[in-house]
Design a protein around this ligand. Structure first.
Ligand code: NAD
Ligand code: DAU
Length: 339
């Protein structure tokens, strides 16, 4: 079995690569990644020399390069993690989000058609459903919830999902789609809430909470997401969407306070800043379908996962200190300098 993993040098893609190398050592894995600011080849060091792993540098939106790769490698299965993934960056400059997330997906789908790939799996997000109100805790996103996007990022992800469905219906391409809630864990780029707060707290820098910090996200430990995707590849039904989430809703402010407490830092570091434009209030996944159909359940509690994550950032300061010293500095200045 030859598996092409796109975006494997990013947060979830690298965790998925490690997960599959251990769980399915008989598979051959190929990672295609453009190594944008969010991709880090150093992350893949543990698997780089292994005989069943190959890294290929390239852009999923580069049709010639992608078709050459498929011609040479003939993958059986494609899992597409490659994306521009940060909502704030999409608000600043949507163009690259459409290019990678929509056009890149189309190129991959075309290549899968041309080379008769056995399964194309699209890694999507709960953000395609828009948001839920804070005063209706009884409401959840199901696979039937209409798409209703808020940011250029989520609009690009929803567009890609629609393209996948269209290729399935029109060309009979064997696709599956998963829509997961917020992930956390090792190797997450420090622009995202949890690693950003850990890195800033360790440096005694202000902790920039958007608005009043009351927005709710539904957090899932990254390894549980990887296990769900593996299960969908193995047993999932072609043409099906699977929501992935662990019923773990938290307010942003409570997460930031928990990080302060764990790192023994004062809450006075918390700084309330101008809210994100179009900020989604609440995400909450109903995961009952994937549980019923495939037997998936998350294994890591938030209490355990957040402690493991904070420990990982403490033990791997080199990994993220290199990142925060580069392009990230000018991004941080643009995003938070005058907020
Ligand atoms: P990330 O930003 O950490 O990693 C993205 C990776 O894709 C990077 O390695 C980057 O170099 C690569 N990439 C970007 N553009 C590319 C291109 N044109 N060609 C090839 N490679 C390219 O993202 P992540 O958080 O790991 O998210 C991975 C996927 O999961 C995304 O599709 C995202 O929408 C989805 N998702 C993320 C979350 C989350 O909480 N992080 C939750 C649900 C779904
Ligand atoms: O729900 C899945 C999505 O989760 C994925 O599709 C996205 O790729 C991923 O980035 C994530 O999107 P969010 O916008 O929810 O994640 P982020 O970490 O950017 O923000 C989480 C919450 O924290 C959100 O309500 C905004 C808030 N926040 C974020 C940052 C970076 C702050 O208050 N301060 C910050 O500095």
């Amino acid at each position: 079995m030859k598996l092409l993993i796109t975006g494997g040098a990013g947060f979830i893609g690298s965790n998925f690569t490690f997960y599959m190398m251990e769980k399915r050592p008989e598979y051959e894995l190929i990672c295609l990644d453009k190594l944008t600011y969010a991709g880090n080849l150093a992350t893949l060091t543990p698997v780089m020399g292994q005989s069943n792993f190959k890294f290929i540098w390239g852009d999923i939106a580069d049709r010639t390069a992608v078709f050459e790769l498929f011609e040479g490698e003939r993958p059986d299965v494609v899992v597409n993690f490659a994306a521009e993934s940060h909502v704030d960056r999409s608000i600043e400059d949507p163009g690259i989000f459409l290019q990678t997330n929509v056009m890149g997906t189309q190129v991959l789908l075309d290549a899968c058609r041309e080379y008769g790939v056995g399964r194309y799996h699209q890694v999507s997000t709960d953000e395609v459903y828009g948001d839920l109100p804070l005063d209706r805790p009884d409401l959840f996103f199901t696979e039937q919830t209409p798409l209703h996007t808020s940011s250029p990022y989520s609009a690009s992800k929803a567009s890609a999902d629609l393209l996948c469905n269209a290729y399935q219906r029109t060309y009979n391409l064997p696709i599956t789609i998963s829509r997961c809630s917020n992930n956390y864990g090792p190797y997450q780029f420090p622009e995202k809430l949890i690693p950003l707060m850990i890195a800033n707290a360790l440096a005694d820098k202000p902790l920039p909470v958007y608005g009043q910090g009351l927005n709710v996200r539904d957090w899932l430990y990254v390894e549980d997401h990887c296990a769900a995707i593996d299960l969908i590849l193995e047993k999932g039904r072609v043409g099906q969407v699977y929501n992935i989430g662990g019923h773990n809703e938290m307010r942003n402010i409570d997460i930031v306070k928990l990080i302060c407490k764990t790192l023994d830092k004062p809450e006075s570091l918390i700084t309330y800043v101008t809210d994100r434009k179009g900020h989604d209030m609440r995400y909450a996944i109903d995961p009952s379908f994937i549980h019923k159909e495939l037997g998936w359940l998350p294994e890591t509690t938030f209490e355990d996962g957040i402690q493991r994550t904070i420990r990982w950032y403490l033990d791997n300061q080199n990994w993220w200190e290199e990142i925060v010293s580069g392009e990230y500095q000018s991004y941080y200045e643009r995003m938070y300098g005058n907020r």
